[in-house]
Ligand binder design. Sequence first.
Ligand code: ADP
Ligand code: MG
Length: 350
Amino acid sequence: EGRETRLRVVLRVRPLTCTETRRGDQRVVHSLGDGAVHVSAARHDATFGFSAVFDAGASQEAVFEGSGMRQLVELAMDGFSCTVFAFGQTGSGKTYTLMGPLAQSDTQPASPALLGLMQRSFTCLLEQSRSRGSDLALSASYLEIYNEQIRDLLSPGPPCSLPLRWSKTRGFYVENQLSVEFESLEAIVSLLLQGSQRRRTSAHALNRHSSRSHALLTIHVRSRAHHPPTWVLQAGACPSKQGTLCFVDLAGSERVKETGSSGELSLEANSINRSLLALGHCISLLAKPRGKRAHIPYRDSKLTRLLARSLGGSGITLMVACVSPSSRCLSETLSTLHYASRARRVTTRP
Ligand code: ADP
Ligand code: MG
């Protein structure tokens, strides 16, 4: 508590897809063990280090256990603001890592072994809350940032844009966002599904179900106060603690040329790229030592405003960088690896 803590950055390399294998793409990303990963291709030869590296054979469970996700859930229950975000090129496996293949087929439920970090965290959260026997109130909110507008994915009816405000006590926050209480795994999974179906996706060349928005699902964990004596309240003490666990599925970085986007799609791509650029800029400034830091331009995008606390404030953050092993994705993969390495130097004060 209060001590400078580094962002935890892990890397996941997905298997080659059928299309990539059929095309005869070479694998250029290899795990060396101990958190090291090697990229080898003509004119490029580099090694990067992370807190953990998961290669093509890693199961969803291995990623949950090895990434530190379980500890993050426990910290959220202890009252900290925790965030996990998936970052990487379109089609690199971000949504798969967070939600599993379930997000992509609405007819067949995914097999339990394939469930992603989110469902595993929900299970862990509900189990813990039962075993601790404390009176915890759980609620969820789910937002997307689409073309620099914030939309509530849980409120019924046509999407409308919500204002983003700032206050001294709360920092940046979204006004009027819906927060839905839940007590069971079925309830939270169904909120996740409903919300995900409202997300803006569109098909383009790299990924049939590409997410065109950044999505943030936040679980609020509040311990209910046990009717404190009135003098406690009068003294201004806060008898309950509140933690959060936020899952961020970033829309992929992409080149308009590679994905064949045009018209409305390229407007989307530009807003996505602009906010990812702003995020990259904040991360490289935050990676400098505290004394030498310039002003951090969180206000450059809605995404960076919403992530301000996770990146530079009092949050605890896990970043899961996702890459494809294919030679065809080499330049995007290298840029994700550089970006993720830089993020390892970012610190917060939980
Ligand atoms: P993103 O969200 O980064 O755009 P997706 O998560 O949608 O990418 O993944 C792209 C494709 O690759 C999907 O068809 C997904 O099922 C598949 N995929 C991604 N990661 C894995 C993995 N670890 N194992 C098997 N298939 C994967
Ligand atoms: Mg996705």
